[in-house]
Design a binder for this molecule. Sequence first.
Ligand SMILES: *Cc1c(COP(=O)(O)O)cnc(C)c1O
Length: 475
Amino acid sequence: MEYISTRGAAPALDFEGATLAGLASDGGLYLPREWPRLTHTQIRELRGLSYAALATRIMRPFVAGSLTEDELGALCEAVYGDFGHAAVTPLVQMDETHWLLELFHGPTLAFKDVALQMLGHLFETFLERRDERLTIVGATSGDTGSAAINAVAGRDRIEIFMLHPHERVSEVQRRQMTTVRAPNVHNIAIDGSFDDAQRHVKRMFADCEINQPLNLGAVNSINWARLMAQIVYYFHSALQLGAPDRAVAYSVPTGNFGDVFAGYVAAKMGLPIERLIVATNVNDILHRAISEGDYSTGETTATITPSMDIQVSSNFERLLFDCGGADGKRDGAAMAAQMADFDEARAMTLTAAQRDGAAALFSSARADQDDTARALQWAYRNADQVIDPHTGVGLHASLGAVAAGHVKPGTPIVTLATAHPAKFRDAVERAVGVRPALPSRVGDLFGREEHYTQLAGDYETSRDFVLKHAAASAS
Ligand SMILES: *Cc1c(COP(=O)(O)O)cnc(C)c1O
């Protein structure tokens, strides 16, 4: 499979190249040149496969040319063979219509483990093959950082620098990053928001002074391999609910638009998804973009769902590119121009093709803090489920989906449960009066010493820190 940039000016790469590159050299994001399609018969034949076997079948066309089916199968077994739950991503019924897809059974209690555990193995395989090293720089609103650090800690050919916004991640999130003791792990707390951290990271990729000597790699969901791994659980859950003979709707707590974009890819591959609901908190740029075509940034507001406290959603560019050119075709040059304008104005209006393309599959909803708390209470009272606030934002959208005309009555609605409630237990306790216990697999999180460096919020300070410390450990 060949991968092309959303901005049309970077060389096409194979899967291995796109995985190691992360961001394309023209500032765009990689996407497969075309979407592989499965027929209904082929989808029906996937019923009953184990998660690892299903993952192999779904990812096979995307890695063709870079991994053999046997290599991919072995990776999937290694990654999904020892998750905290035998089903990897179990589906839990709440009532006739509503289901929870539990994505938090990995080592760091958020859905990001599902993809980042895979990415860690992919990096290792490709770096061995090339006899190269990689310096990962990433920005995190909390969960990516812990999942990425867990996935690469102690690996020989990888060094990781993770930037998080100081005092804007939960204590469990911070400790999951800062208590990992491995010489290749560097935690940085910057004075600023997640968007500042993400902007610094993107700038490092475009900055030859750092990208050339260090061979930078990305673990944010700008990395295609992450999205690819997330396609699998849409198939896994829809097959259980009757696909391909019955359509399913999903509500996805959304920040960077990675998780829900994986659902879009599943639909492109032929999975009958009736609707993808983009659920946001009060940082609602995506809700405004999808409902009104207005993609304009504001100030980031800190909420009880920090992993969604985002203004600029990197992966939205992938959707705009895929449906955005004239006649709904892809147009890299037009995308590059649109993004250049956006970088200037911090705002853009979607084209008619982009609005129509998005409206064909996506709806959106927004939850404030009270809506979120009410959704947690609904789950607790009606289904005996203690859910995390991010999941609550998604559930709020699910509960209103039929009334809002987003989903037909009778269609199963699956809310993606993106984090374990114990990861955000203060907010959960305030909403439902229950303090969820941390699962034993996270170990002695509160007894271990923390290690991180606090830095000023400007770009140069972060860049110089990475240059200095990466160099120090290489020499
Ligand atoms: C990362 C994250 C999200 C947002 O996912 P995106 O792929 O960035 O849209 C939602 N909930 C939790 C718990 C997360 O960690």
